[in-house]
Design a protein around this ligand. Structure first.
Ligand code: NAG
Ligand code: NAG
Ligand code: NAG
Length: 581
């Protein structure tokens, strides 16, 4: 008998790939190893990670990453796209330079996104919602990473930040290598002019999405949307700009742009501080003394040469000096930073030193910001840990008044112990995601699903049997946090955590002050049934997982925000504009 699709997604024109991908992301990969009908008795939890050889620095980072919705969307999106493009696009390696066979292989692996794939598989497994306690190992992912770098990951290093940085930089490199490979393939396709018509004839491709199940979820993807939604970027990648301004001549240097995938903030040596003050250390204007300003140096040279000109008798010298002064003047007016050839400048120790201001600002805000609190104190001979309390908010504003962005805390990694030994654990939010896609795009999905006559197989269903025109990803994502009847029907079992069906209007238990504060986020007013229901679902919720390797406990936002002495890595996600507007 032909296997029936569990779920089929159709992309309405204009719906973004990410929006539909999200449907899968937050569809729970339930592990059915118990009787689902015994809902009231089952212990809800998430998958833990075993710690065989000092692996907590790896485990804590992977668990934090597993809780980042935008990262999971990215991973799914990126692998879809690679599947659509076909392996050939990413297999071909061209280079201007002569490369060794090893270098060619490495470039090919970057293009192929081997770490991206391994991380997706790892995070999918960590996002299963087991009915009974389940512990897996990070070994597969570590092996993929070690293969990618052709080196072993030292368990002695044990620094969660270094591990995070290795993973993020690698993913970012793979992303950019993929972009270049696609561009090249696109260029080749344009050269072979027959390509275009073949592409147009069929815009829908059926693919399977690896959700951890044996055959994957079938889905239909509209290939025309590939271009529309292309290159939304690596979610951790942002850009920073630094600029120097001379306090004497007020010349502003051309800003330097640098890309980043993480931000390292120095924790001041105080008993307590705030995340905001740590950011000040990076983003506040810094004043530096004794700087040789390029523009002031040119002006100084003009002054010196003008005096020489006044003294000199020789016509040859006069001509040369006049020419040089004119060139220096032009340089000041056009580009004081450019190299000037053929002019002998006054000795550099005669150049006046200036005070400069150095400004640093974020110019491109990443979707997910990974913050590392540097707690190392280095003395001449030893290093120790700065155990300052750092308070951090649930909602973090970044940027200036005009460019202000709000971020929401999704995960932290904590370190307990000394600088040389200790233990890492992580906290990740037990999500209820706001809807990401437009309800319209989704209803076309729902009607497609209906026309496909969904199978009656007892597989985990992420859509209700009756297509609901108001169905949105919120509905499905809501249902997966905590306790979901796998049938998609509202549960009557006495779980207080059941969010399926109607959600009470009352405050959630244990709301912390900060959770309550975030309730005041403005919400759109709308009379329609759909959005009022969405609005109700968007109640901030206060449930987190506290994860120490294989041990998992539920906790509240206030517990997370209380980890001021231990907090080491923070993961914030850019808040989404409301789709209902
Ligand atoms: C549910 O769990 C209880 C207690 O563990 C058990 O006695 C009962 O038989 C279970 N019910 C079903 C339907 O399996
Ligand atoms: C920009 O980068 C260059 C080279 O790295 C450096 O010399 C210069 O000081 C930087 N400028 C600013 C404004 O940071
Ligand atoms: C990212 O992390 C590395 C390693 O800790 C650090 O050296 C680097 O400065 C960080 N990047 C930024 C932009 O802070």
């Amino acid at each position: 008998m032909q296997e029936k699709p569990t779920t089929v997604a159709a992309y309405a024109a204009g719906a973004s790939l990410a929006a539909v991908a999200l449907f899968y992301v937050f569809g729970p990969n339930y592990t059915i190893d118990g009787d689902e009908s015994n809902d009231s008795n089952r212990k809800k939890s998430i998958v833990g990670l075993s710690n065989l050889a000092n692996d907590c620095f790896i485990n804590s980072v992977l668990q934090a990453l597993a809780g980042l919705g935008d990262l999971r969307v990215y991973l799914i999106h990126e692998l879809h796209r690679r599947q659509l493009d076909g392996p050939e696009t990413y297999h071909t390696v061209t280079s201007d330079e002569e490369m060794t066979a090893g270098a060619t292989d490495k470039l090919r692996e970057l293009q192929q996104g081997i770490t991206t794939r391994a991380l997706k598989e790892m995070l999918d497994r960590l996002n299963e919602r087991p009915i009974y306690r389940k512990t897996i190992s990070a070994r597969d992912f570590i092996q993929a990473l070690e293969y990618a770098f052709r080196t072993r990951i030292s368990r002695n290093q044990q620094d969660a930040q270094e591990f995070l940085q290795i993973v993020l930089e690698r993913l970012c490199d793979e992303y950019h290598a993929g972009v270049r490979a696609r561009k090249r393939a696109l260029g080749n396709a344009a050269a072979a002019s027959s390509e275009g018509s073949a592409q147009e004839s069929s815009s829908e491709v059926e693919v399977r999405i690896d959700d951890g199940s044996v055959n994957g979820l079938p889905a239909i993807i509209d290939t025309k949307l590939k271009e529309i939604d292309s290159e939304s970027g690596f979610p951790f990648e942002g850009k920073m700009e630094s600029q120097i301004e001379c306090q004497f001549c007020h010349y502003q240097y051309k800003p330097n742009q640098t890309a980043f995938v993480n931000l390292t903030l120095q924790v001041p040596q105080k008993s307590s501080t705030t995340l905001g003050s740590c950011f000040d250390g990076l983003l506040k204007t810094e004043y530096i003394e004794d700087f040789r300003c390029d523009r002031c140096s040119l002006q100084h040279a003009i002054d010196v040469k003008s005096k020489e000109l006044a003294r000199t008798r020789s016509q040859g010298d006069r001509d040369r000096l006049e020419q040089e002064i004119a060139r220096l003047q032009t340089a000041i007016e056009t580009d004081p930073e450019a190299e000037l050839e053929g002019i002998v400048m006054p000795p550099s120790d005669s150049v006046p030193k200036r005070r400069i201001a150095r400004h640093m600002r974020i110019t491109a805000f990443p979707k997910v910001i990974a913050i590392h609190l540097s707690r190392s104190i280095f003395d001449r001979s030893s290093s120790s840990k700065n155990a300052a309390k750092v308070s951090f908010p649930e909602r973090l504003p970044l940027g200036g008044l005009l460019t202000q962005k709000w971020y929401k805390l999704l995960a932290i990694v904590c370190h307990k112990g000394s600088h040389h030994s200790g233990h890492y654990e992580s906290f990740r939010r037990n999500h209820i995601y706001p809807p990401f896609s437009t309800p319209g795009a989704f209803s076309s999905y729902a009607s497609r699903a209906a026309s496909q006559s969904p199978s009656a197989a007892p597989s985990p269903r992420i859509i209700p049997r009756t297509p609901d025109p108001g169905l949105s990803p919120a509905t499905s994502s809501t249902s997966l946090s905590g306790s979901v009847p796998l049938t998609g029907r509202p549960t009557t079992a006495g779980s207080r955590r059941s969010f399926t069906g109607k959600i009470s209007e009352g405050p959630l238990e244990g709301g912390s002050p900060s959770a309550r504060a975030s309730r005041s986020i403005p919400r759109p007013e709308s009379g329609s049934g759909v959005s009022s229901r969405l609005r109700r679902r968007r109640k901030p919720h206060d449930r987190w997982w506290r994860i120490s390797d294989e041990k998992i406990k539920e906790c509240k936002t206030s517990d997370v925000l209380g980890m001021q002495r231990e907090v080491y890595l923070l993961f914030y996600e850019l808040e989404k504009p409301d789709p209902c507007i």
